[in-house]
Design a binder for this molecule. Sequence first.
Ligand code: FES
Ligand SMILES: [Fe+2]
Length: 366
Amino acid sequence: MNKPVEPLAPGAARCPGPSTAEIIRADGDHPPAHLTESSYSFIGDADIPFSRYTSRAFHELEKEKLWSKVWQWACRVDDIPAAGDYFVYEITDKSVIVVRTESGEIKAYPNACLHRGTQLKPAGSAGRSKQLRCPFHGFTWSLEGALTDVPCRWDFPHISDDNFHLPELRVDTWGGFVFINFDPNAAPLAEHLGVLPKHFANWDLSAKFTAKHVRKLLPANWKACLEAFLESYHVLETHPQGVLTVGDANSQYDIYGDTVSRFVHLVGYPSPHLKESFSQQQLLDALMGEGVVEGIADGATKLRVPEAQHLPVPVAAVPDGLSLPAQRQRPGFVHFRSAVPAARARFRRAPGAGRNGGAGFRAVLP
Ligand code: FES
Ligand SMILES: [Fe+2]
């Protein structure tokens, strides 16, 4: 049974046990200062009206005040590596073509023909095109957005090349991500990103590539979907198989201005919900056994981890005195399921196992 909680100042409650910052500092790895700093102030805990997630009027407000104003990630730079490569980005009722021009620049145009508004490229499409030609009557623009062809031009004396140049949206890039903004007066992307570039200075996202892209259409308001990925509170119930290898209740949340928030979530450290202590070898075995890290074994003391995985370095050295489980020591990609019995004993199969996307275990806590 949970004990009642002593009232504290609003926003002051913290999980008992070591904080994320204390654990990182104790690691003795000289982490960058921002990893152990905190940036938090209480911004209220009033209920959010249900209608924020369901009301058409609120959605219209978001279109007007949010989506038409903010920098938003449209695609990756390597989605459009060569001249003529394009990617159609859609948000609310807007559609945008992001295109690589002949000179190698990235430009973004509204995906609408200036004649009668036909989409120049199909919704959700990507590909390569020498030019942007409307599929209805054939008005054509260069990759640079210049009008190059109008069938029966004699019948259009009122248009000029100048006033039929494709309008351009704001475009900028960071970390290999292409961002667009519908607001010509928006502050620069760098201002929107705030501390992000500094925090990622040692973790170059532009050097990464998309190994796998999974899309899923969810029958829910976008905020409800996003919020599920902004907290670790659900780990205990939804992913209890991971409690030996992730800090959950002591994850640290920070707010940096209006556009950046972060949470720092430790992998390889047991949940503060667990009362007993585990050896480093047990934790390593559990980390390997629960599939938190997929990698390629490289002898008993090194694990090469693919780019897309969580570890901040491609080679993770196993600490002195510990070794990878035997099945992880062989070169080659290893898929693993074993875990230390002590960790397994903490879980029991739940009815309806696997239905919620987790592995179908429930934590058995003291
Ligand atoms: S609508 Fe595009 S050419 Fe007519
Ligand atoms: Fe989750």
